[in-house]
Design a protein around this ligand. Sequence first.
Ligand SMILES: NC(=O)c1ccc[n+]([C@@H]2O[C@H](COP(=O)([O-])OP(=O)(O)OC[C@H]3O[C@@H](n4cnc5c(N)ncnc54)[C@H](OP(=O)(O)O)[C@@H]3O)[C@@H](O)[C@H]2O)c1
Length: 346
Amino acid sequence: MIIQRVVLNSRPGKNGVPVAENFRLEQSTIPDTVQEGQVRVRTLYLSVDPYMRCRMNEDTGSDYLLPWQLSEVADGGGIGVVEESKHNNFAKGDIVTSFNWPWQTVAILDGSLLQKVVPQLVNGRLSYFLGAAGLTGLTALLGIREKGHVTVGANQTMVVSGAAGACGSLAGQIGHLDGCSKVVGIAGTDEKCSILVSEMGFDAAINYKKGNVAQQLRELCPGGVDVYFDNVGGEISDTVISQMNQNSHIILCGQISQYNKDVPYPPPLPPDTEKYRKKETSQERFLVLNYMDKQEASVLQLCQWIQEGKLKVRETVVEGLENIGAAFQSMMNGGNIGKQIVLVSK
Ligand SMILES: NC(=O)c1ccc[n+]([C@@H]2O[C@H](COP(=O)([O-])OP(=O)(O)OC[C@H]3O[C@@H](n4cnc5c(N)ncnc54)[C@H](OP(=O)(O)O)[C@@H]3O)[C@@H](O)[C@H]2O)c1
């Protein structure tokens, strides 16, 4: 069977900025027959995520991420429909997802790689299983619950960097839902800041590309910061950390501002920031994949909030597998508010 697929065309280099041309669309073939234990799936949606930047390097710098190989098909979060199954758990028409979905139109996959999803949980919005009801939502929810120490009634102030991104926009809302009394976001455009406040219930948002972040933060959080959901690292994080209270908590989710740099993960805090960080401020690395035993219950929680309208979801859907490189490039440059998704087929 003839299919389309997207392979890694070139590496940006450890300190390079990734571009769409790092990927290449090509025609390929898959076997006409499905073997025992396998499933043939048609791809519906694919996710583009910041961690993929590390997979573009020859050495990902991480023990849980494998590098993509040149001229080989890329992979990541995906969702699709079963067209033929020789695996007991799946039947034709099932909707299935995987963290290692190949970037191709149709694929034959080992059934053990797949999880079945229930479309009714997200009112048929299947792309949500790659975002708010998938790994992104789990990262926001479990990051807060495992590392945030949010306590109802404790009058805590949370700050979220990368607040308009897929994780950040959910993390701020979940901060409120779990009991923070104030949530302040940091994002890169006035439009994103305005949506965070008007639509997603953030109490305030700071455009880090305008004005003095430290001063605005001091004005917006006069009682200091208790919980910091850190998506970006770098200067923004240094500023937030210097205003954190005693017994506060940093959720070390990601460091997107450092991904095009050849630095270890997580990068050490500069000496000045380390000096400001209170001894009692916890800063523990968080990796969602370490909490998959909580996946099922957490997805149900996220879906319930989505259905109740308590969790607002924004996504940008780019049409066509051929545009996945451009979607990745755009996402790494800030993209639109919320999750960036690629529609491969309907
Ligand atoms: N720990 C885990 O298990 C786990 C799981 C998933 C994701 N993550 C991490 O979580 C973070 C967010 O992921 P995501 O899926 O939400 O990504 P995303 O949707 O691309 O959002 C990232 C946000 O960060 C902002 N940003 C980009 N470059 C920046 C820079 N240099 N300085 C400041 N802000 C910048 C972007 O917009 P603006 O600049 O316009 O604000 C964007 O809204 C990433 O670091 C990712 O690696 C961690």
